[in-house]
Design a protein around this ligand. Structure first.
Ligand SMILES: Nc1ncnc2c1ncn2[C@@H]1O[C@H](COP(=O)(O)OP(=O)(O)OP(=O)(O)O)[C@@H](O)[C@H]1O
Ligand SMILES: [Mg+2]
Length: 292
């Protein structure tokens, strides 16, 4: 993927070009049961980590991660505090570039292109791979301007009202805010703010949404709304979510990756398999609460 392709502003063109980036090499197709790939075939892989190692100064945070994240599914990442979940998420859209101490080795492919190649523009990459954080962080601007923000940056100013409405509808927030679009995003409830942040992330029409514990600061009702929303979003987007809540991972994800202490990806498979019949004893111990 050239930098020009990644900065393309026309959504039609962007989709076409990103489709061309999908690795459809038949030589690597077919089911692959090897560790870390979770039966994800190369043809439906959007993100692929190959031997990813990350250090913060001299401390290793991720250890040889191999993983294929499938298109238009929800992939959950679980594991004890400090095992590297957020680090891995931030590597995918190069948010870790912003951390001086961080160093990465290995390859992280997005539709077959290494996002760490010198011709990739990280800002353009983050438009294709959006991010939602643990604490809702709307800008101190109107609800409308929050959603319009990324579109304006891209120069996508035509049909703005419609684009804003569509994003708010996709984020299941439209009905609650359609009569108060001029009010500040920061005046919404926590759950509404988080859905506003999701609307802001999806307005520029990304392909992948990374979510780092998006519901952990919300009450149960708002959590359940965000969970329902994530299931809907996976019809359009590839969703990668970090969660501390194992029930939540079991409820909303198709695939689950279990990271354990030492920054290791110990098991990655269908969510049902991970929770009902994991291969690894360490994963079983973690899932059943024996440690972690
Ligand atoms: N900016 C940073 N500078 C130095 N070390 C860091 C930084 N960010 C994370 N680390 C270290 O990297 C390791 C992995 O951290 P990370 O935040 O990825 O874990 P996590 O699995 O997301 O944990 P949690 O569940 O608590 O959010 C930890 O040992 C952490 O202290
Ligand atoms: Mg974290």
């Amino acid at each position: 993927m050239s930098q020009e392709n990644m900065t393309t502003s026309d959504p039609e063109t962007t989709n076409t070009e990103s489709d061309q980036l999908i690795d459809t090499d038949p030589g690597r197709g077919g089911l692959d049961e090897s560790s870390g790939r979770g039966s994800v075939t190369s043809a439906n892989t959007v993100i692929e980590a190959r031997n990813v190692n990350v250090w913060y100064n001299d401390d290793q945070a991720l250890n040889d991660i191999d993983m294929r994240i499938p298109k238009k599914q929800v992939t959950a990442m679980i594991g004890p505090s400090g095992c590297g979940k957020s680090t891995f998420l931030r590597c995918i859209n190069r948010m870790n570039d912003l951390v001086d101490a961080a160093r990465i080795e290995g390859e992280l492919l997005f539709n077959g292109k290494n996002v760490y190649d010198s011709d990739v523009d990280p800002v353009a990459l983050r438009r294709r791979i959006g991010m939602v954080f643990q604490h809702p962080n709307p800008f101190p601007k109107s609800i409308y301007d929050n959603v319009a923000y990324g579109l304006r940056l891209q120069g996508k100013t035509d049909n703005m009202d419609q684009r804003v409405e569509d994003a708010l509808k996709s984020a299941a927030l439209w009905d609650e805010v359609k009569d108060r679009l001029d009010e500040s995003g920061t005046d919404l409830s926590g759950g509404q703010q988080q859905r506003l942040c999701i609307a802001r992330a999806i307005a520029p029409d990304p392909e992948v949404l990374l979510m780092d514990e998006p519901a952990s600061a919300l009450d149960p009702v708002a959590t359940s709304q965000v969970e329902d929303l994530i299931a809907d979003l996976a019809e359009e987007y590839t969703v990668v979510i970090v969660t501390h809540n194992m029930q939540q991972a079991a409820r909303i994800s198709d695939k689950t990756a279990v990271f354990l202490t030492g920054g290791e990806l110990v098991e990655f498979d269908d969510t049902q398999k991970i929770f009902e019949n994991p291969e690894s004893q360490r994963v079983e111990d973690y899932i059943t609460g024996k440690f972690g």
